[in-house]
Design a protein around this ligand. Structure first.
Ligand code: TYD
Length: 237
């Protein structure tokens, strides 16, 4: 195992550095890319394989971002349904705050307990939406997230690649504030995820999300099982 990999599987907690034995898998993509559907299917499939999926308080459940904690859900409401659009850095910092709460209260303890966690969005959404699409810069957005991440990055990030026009049409329902900004933003988001994939090739996999749900699910499950096996082997070795 390369040293960088070994370091990545150790998360720094307030109490110091602790080894984690769980696996963190994140699903990402533009609005309407199908990640929520795929995250739910993946949880079902992994649980059917007998894996300890989801947080111990909600077995088999997908964790969503922003959200997953009381504070995170409140921040989600401000960000997506509040009375006025936040300025770009306010937006980036609010996503980072919701994430810091999720990492400290849910992700680190659950990963230390050896669970397989499936997240509907995580740090890479901030890099693509705020870093690239809003133009704040990937490094600057990563820097403000770093204290709350405590060194935690996903073992595997699956980016569902779809035409953003198809995504927006699929999203349906009443658009949240970001969806309501329209196609131009979504095109920059898709470009942003391509930048993220090039920047972190060791953990980011692009999967064609424009196909039939079942076909996409097969690829998502295969990538996840590979990452879980890899994490197990690395831990065993
Ligand atoms: P989304 O996960 O797509 O929820 P829903 O399935 O209810 O539409 O909505 C979250 C929105 O927040 C989405 O438009 C992407 C955006 N977002 C960011 O801009 N930055 C982030 O760091 C995260 C996590 C989400």
């Amino acid at each position: 195992m390369p040293e960088s990999e070994r370091v990545r599987r150790h998360a720094t907690t307030e109490a110091g550095v602790s080894e984690r034995s769980g696996v963190l898998i994140t699903l990402e993509g533009c609005d309407g890319c199908g990640k929520s559907t795929q995250a739910a299917l993946l949880c079902e499939r992994l649980a059917a394989c007998g894996l300890p999926v989801g947080p111990s308080s909600a077995l088999g459940a997908v964790i969503r971002e922003p959200g997953g904690t009381a504070a995170g859900e409140a921040v989600r409401d401000v960000l997506l349904h509040g009375p006025e659009a936040p300025a770009p850095w306010t937006e980036a910092l609010l996503y980072a705050a919701a994430r810091a709460e999720l990492v400290a209260r849910v992700l680190l303890p659950e990963l230390e307990a050896g669970r397989v966690l499936v997240l509907d969005r995580f740090i890479d959404s901030s890099l693509a939406y705020q870093g690239v699409a809003r133009g704040l810069g990937i490094d600057a957005v990563l820097a403000v997230n770093a204290p709350g991440l405590h060194g935690l990055l996903p073992d595997l990030t699956i980016v569902l690649d779809v035409d953003p026009a198809v995504g927006l049409a699929r999203a349906g329902g009443t658009p949240d504030r970001i969806e309501a900004e329209g196609l131009d933003l979504q095109q920059r988001v898709v470009a942003g995820f391509a930048v993220v994939a090039r920047r972190f090739p060791e953990r980011v996999r692009l999967i064609d999300g424009s196909r039939d749900i079942g076909l996409v699910a097969v690829d998502v499950e295969a990538a996840a099982l590979e990452a879980i096996a890899d994490a197990g082997l690395r831990l065993g070795g």
